[in-house]
Ligand binder design. Sequence first.
Ligand code: HEC
Length: 159
Amino acid sequence: MNMKRAFLFVSAGLMITAALSTIPIFRQTSPLSAGHSGMYLQSAIASEKTGKEVLSGEQIYARNCEVCHSMRPPAKTAPPIVGLASRFRKVHGNKEDAVTAMVSFMKKPDAANTALGPRAIKRFGLMPAMSMPDEELAKVSGWLWDQYDPNFDTRGNCR
Ligand code: HEC
């Protein structure tokens, strides 16, 4: 065997070893732990793609809003959600406009830009700005709009 053929022979062998080592059964780890690391890798890749876990509007409310906004009276430190849903229906006739208004308000609360009456601001004070991604603000706002309850219509007086 000349040098060149010997070299090709060795590199082919290395390539086969490398290829086989990618197949779980040829690895030194047990199939169970190989499966687990695969699973973690998958979820790491998934969360890297989305950047974050995807939450529903209700989950966003529970994590970021419920501390101040109860669903219904009695109020905590902010107008209850069903009252807000009723108010936004009265002030903005449609969901799209209401969501746009809620998102811009939450990013930069401004007493001059409120959909509530001056009495609400006086009673509760101004809401602090929410530092959340726009998609989450839009999602929770859409969810809030959907909480409108005809049996609990405050006619825009958001208690
Ligand atoms: C630290 C307490 C607090 C948290 C947390 C909070 N809010 Fe508020 N929010 C208030 C207060 C107080 C008001 C009433 C005064 C005002 O409108 O600024 C209010 C008002 C609002 C309004 C009416 C805005 C307007 O036009 O005046 C909306 C809509 C709203 N909140 C949605 C939310 C949502 C959705 C979340 C969660 C992402 C949230 N809030 C989190 C305190 C809070």
